[in-house]
Write a protein that binds this ligand. Sequence first.
Ligand code: GLN
Length: 421
Amino acid sequence: MTSHANDLFARFLARPARYEQDEATPDVRTALAEAICERAGNQGCRTAADLLAVLERAGLTAAGMSRLTALSDLPAGDLDSATMAAQLGSDALELVRQALDGHLAVSNFENFSSRLANIFAYARDVTDGVLADYIPELAKQDPAAYGLAVCSIDGQQTAFGEADTAFCQQSAIKPLIYALSMGLNGENQVHRHVGREPSGRRFNELALDPDNRPHNPMINSGAIMCSAMIRPGLPVADRASLLQRFVGSAAGGSKVGIDQAVYESERGTAKRNLALVKLMDEHDAFPEDVDPAAALDLYFRACSMTMDCRQMAVVAATLANGGVCPTTGHRVIDSRIVRNTLSLMLSCGMYDYSGEYAFTVGLPAKSGVSGGLMIVVPGIGGFGLWSPPLDRQGNPVRGIEVSRLLVESFPFHLFAGVTGS
Ligand code: GLN
């Protein structure tokens, strides 16, 4: 689009991702630091500790985001703009200033957090659903486990319940398999081998589209196909660690593990996924240079990758922020790839409940059979949830309830704006 056309639609265009900027000159840093000290003073905040407390109330912590690590090194005692300008990068300074101005993505974070706490508590009463047991290791999960975390596109974070317990991601990892595959191969190559149409069937149904491709990357066949295209020439362990590093970067530079027991369990009960590979192979669906068995192995490792709700929320916020991770300020995913990924999460992310979810909740999301759910609120932030009992479509029952309550409480539905609500 030309800039003229952009001007015409400025109101409707998403903002560019935040904090993907070059380091400012010392003069600009000094001006920012002075502005911070002045605003901080006006808000009765004199010392570095006072400042950290104000930021914490806004949802920002030096521990939760590497962009702000230097803040904890500010000397105790009165705030001093020269020291601040020397110690903090312009990215951190800019963020602190916005926080003091009340200009973060969630302007009243305390209020937002207490409403979220209510939603979390309310959905705890929903106790329907059953654990997935077709992968024996998943049947061992605690049905009472329940966690929720949120991260805004400015890195504001909070969490409830068991948000620090890592669990295997299962299908919730599929958007990232797709995004990495597209980053390595390009959109055209990936979509030569996988469609972008909801299948309307179960996630592991033995079915291909009319062109003999998997229907989309959010179901098993499509995710196996996307796995096949992740550096097919490398040993599987290296391909898995590439994916782990990619997911870890989207999760704020944190460590993503692999649950070995789940991996073994999946491999030991793989008949349906093996059948899917056979079906695709029979129809020459794979690119020429790939080994379908290795692709399946990589897919199992991907499903066994572990994150906790906090990490999932940061991944979701990276997607909400157009591919720039809000806690590190680093671009992890190309914005065009993010757009594609979110489109498919919206149309295909919730198994054969995707149409209903898009209608009632109106947000890109991805669930997994371990009870994980990643919800993206584009331009605002993201949520990570874990509650293992599933409904008949394979979605976490409490995850659906929390989603419903979120759009009831906040104007998050993608089309909420058309009615002004
Ligand atoms: N590993 C699971 C499988 O292949 C993932 C399915 C899911 O979470 N829907 O069956």
